[in-house]
Design a protein around this ligand. Structure first.
Ligand SMILES: Nc1nc2c(ncn2[C@@H]2O[C@H](COP(=O)(O)OP(=O)(O)OP(=O)(O)O)[C@@H](O)[C@H]2O)c(=O)[nH]1
Ligand SMILES: [Mg+2]
Length: 404
C-alpha cells in the first residue's frame, strides 16, 4: 500500500476526529441487506409476450398454457382468419404476477420489424415466446435479434407439428419416419436462429392439439423451473447498479469506521508488550470481523441462503471466493495467528507512523500505537477481501441467472 492509498483509508479528518475522541464508538451498521430484497421474487411482475406470424397459433398456445380450451370463458380468441389485432393480457393461473401478452400477428410479406416492435411496445415485455408454424422464416430471426438486442430472452416454439407430420405421412406413407421429421424441423429452427447470431437457442416443438406428444411436457417443466429465474433476471437487470453501489457504500461506511475499531481494540494495549494485543482485544476483533462477514452475506448461513434462493449449489458460490479468510470461521485462534504475521507487523508500523504524524499520542504510547496499526491493517485488509468476494459471489449469481 502506498501512502496515497493510506491517506484515502485513513483520511485527515478521521485522524483529527481521533484526536478528539479517544473512546470507543459503536460503528453504524449502514447499508441494507441486498439479499433480503432478493428473496421477495413473488412480487415481481413478469410480462411474457407471445409473438410470431399471423395465424401461427399464438392465441391457441396461450390458452394451452393457461389450461383453457379455445371456447372456454376467458380464453383468447383463435381462428383461421386474423383474430388478434391488439396486444391482450392473460393472467397465469398459478403464478401470481405473470401475464402472457397475446400480440397481433406479424404479416410475413410486409413485416417491418421496427414498426411492429414499436406498435406492440416490445420493451415492456420481460421475455418472449416466438411462435412459428410451417417454415422457419426471416421474421423469426429478426424478432430473435430484436429481443437479443434488448438483452432479453426468448423461447422459440414451433407449433402445428401434428399438421407437418400428417402432411408427411400422407405424401410419403412408405418412408414415413416421425423421429427423422422432428429432428429435421428442430435442426432447421436451431440452425436458422444460430445463423442469425443466436448462440444457444431454446426450441420446443409442439402441437396445441396433442399436448401429450413432442416437447410440450419438456416445455412446461422448463417454464415452471425457469419462471422464477426469469423473474430474478428481470429483477437483477435493475439491480446491478443498485447492488454494486450498495456494496461500495457499505464497504466505504465500514472503512470509515475502521480506525475507531482499531482504537477500541488497542485501548487496553498500552501495555509494555509491543505489538501483542491482550486477549480481550482479540475478542473484539473477532466480533468486528464476524460483523463484516455477516454484513456482506459471506457467513455460512447467508451463503447457504443465497445459494438456496438461486437454486445453486453452495460450492458454486464458494468457488468464486478468492480470500481463504472470507470462508473461514473467525475464531480467537485464527485472529491471534493473523496478528502474528510478519507482513502485518510491517504494514502496522507504517499505519502507526502515518497516524502518529497527526496524533502524536499514538507514537507516545508505543504498544498502543503498534496495536492500533496492527488492528487497523488487519481489519482493513479483511474488509477489503470480504467486500471484493461479496462482489464476486453476487456477480456469479447474476451471471447464472442471466444465462438460463
Ligand atoms: N393443427 C394445428 N392447428 C393449430 C395449432 N395451433 C393453432 N392451430 C390453429 O391455427 C389457427 C390459428 O390459431 P390462432 O391461435 O388463432 O393463431 P394466432 O397466431 O393467434 O393468429 P392471429 O391472432 O390472427 O395472429 C386456428 O385455426 C388454430 O386452431 C396446432 O398446434 N396444430
Ligand atoms: Mg391470435
Amino acid at each position: 500500500m502506498d501512502p496515497k492509498e493510506l491517506h484515502s483509508v485513513l483520511p485527515h479528518n478521521a485522524l483529527q476526529e481521533m484526536k478528539l475522541a479517544f473512546e470507543h464508538q459503536d460503528f453504524v451498521a449502514a447499508a441494507e441487506n441486498i439479499k433480503r430484497s432478493l428473496v421477495s421474487l413473488d412480487d415481481i411482475p413478469l410480462n411474457v409476450a407471445v409473438t410470431g406470424e399471423s395465424g401461427s397459433g399464438k392465441s391457441t398456445f396461450i390458452n394451452v398454457l393457461r389450461g383453457l380450451g379455445d371456447e372456454e370463458e376467458g380464453a383468447a380468441k383463435t381462428g383461421v382468419v386474423e383474430t388478434t389485432v391488439v396486444a391482450t393480457p392473460y393472467f397465469h393461473p398459478r403464478h401470481r404476477n405473470v401475464v402472457y401478452w397475446d400480440l397481433p400477428g406479424i404479416e410475413t410479406a410486409s413485416f417491418k420489424p421496427s414498426e411492429y416492435l414499436e406498435l406492440v411496445k416490445f420493451h415492456q415485455f420481460d421475455f418472449f415466446f416466438i411462435i412459428g408454424s410451417e417454415r422457419f422464416r426471416n421474421c423469426h430471426i429478426e424478432l430473435a435479434q430484436a429481443i437479443n438486442a434488448m438483452g432479453k430472452k426468448f423461447y422459440f416454439v414451433r407449433t402445428k407439428i401434428d399438421a407437418d407430420l400428417n402432411a408427411s405421412r400422407r405424401l410419403n406413407p412408405r418412408n414415413y419416419n416421425e423421429e427423422q421429421i422432428l429432428t429435421q424441423i428442430r435442426e432447421n429452427c436451431i440452425k436458422g436462429l444460430f445463423a442469425g447470431g443466436i448462440l444457444c437457442p431454446r426450441v420446443f416443438l409442439l402441437s396445441s392439439f396433442e399436448l401429450e406428444k413432442y416437447d410440450f411436457c419438456l416445455m412446461q417443466t422448463t417454464l415452471e423451473r425457469e419462471l422464477p429465474s426469469h423473474k430474478r433476471h428481470v429483477f437483477l437487470l435493475s439491480l446491478p447498479n443498485i447492488y454494486t453501489q450498495a456494496l461500495k457504500m457499505k464497504s466505504e461506511a465500514f472503512k470509515n469506521q475502521i480506525w475507531k475499531h482499531a482504537l477500541a481494540s488497542a485501548a487496553k494495549a498500552a501495555l509494555p508488550i509491543p505489538g501483542l494485543l491482550p486477549g480481550s482485544d482479540i475478542d473484539y476483533l473477532v466480533k468486528v470481523m464476524k460483523e463484516y462477514k455477516g454484513a456482506f452475506g459471506m457467513d455460512q448461513t447467508s451463503l447457504a441462503h443465497l445459494a438456496q434462493t438461486f437454486d445453486k449449489d453452495i460450492s458454486e458460490l464458494r468457488s468464486v471466493v478468492r480470500s481463504q479468510l472470507t470462508l473461514q470461521e473467525i475464531t480467537w485462534e485464527l485472529v491471534e495467528s493473523l496478528l502474528k504475521r510478519r507482513e502485518l507487523t510491517a504494514a502496522a508500523l507504517m499505519v502507526t507512523q502515518y497516524a502518529a504524524g497527526t496524533v502524536p499520542m499514538l507514537g507516545s504510547v508505543a504498544a498502543g500505537g503498534v496495536a492500533f496499526g496492527t488492528a487497523f491493517w488487519l481489519l482493513y485488509s479483511f474488509l477489503t477481501d470480504v467486500a471484493e468476494d461479496a462482489g464476486r459471489v453476487l456477480s456469479k449469481v447474476l451471471e447464472n441467472t442471466c444465462q438460463y
